[in-house]
Ligand binder design. Sequence first.
Ligand code: FES
Length: 112
Amino acid sequence: MRWYKIPEIQNFDKPFIKRIKAGNKTICLVNYEGELFAVSARCPHAGGDLSIGWCNNAKLICPFHRYSYDLRTGKGSEGQNDYINTYPVEIRDNTVYIGIQSFWEKIKEAFK
Ligand code: FES
């Protein structure tokens, strides 16, 4: 897994939802109730930008048709039958890092 430094995020005191780049991924970084979550920024329903959505009950809600996704697992709410990718987040020396697996790492893990 490769870790990407996200230097533009300096303040974790207030809740936020931000669209950021990590490697070749566009990610939605969410500070929800004091915890950071990194998820895919693209809504699988019709491609909406999840970074302009909002959170409720640890779910990220897409502003376009209000599909919602669990921030921890990425799983879509009942009846949606979809999901968004989630990425590990670490804070080192007050800087955010997001971990992204390569395609081959994902394949290897799937066959463990
Ligand atoms: S584009 Fe996100 S719910 Fe439709």
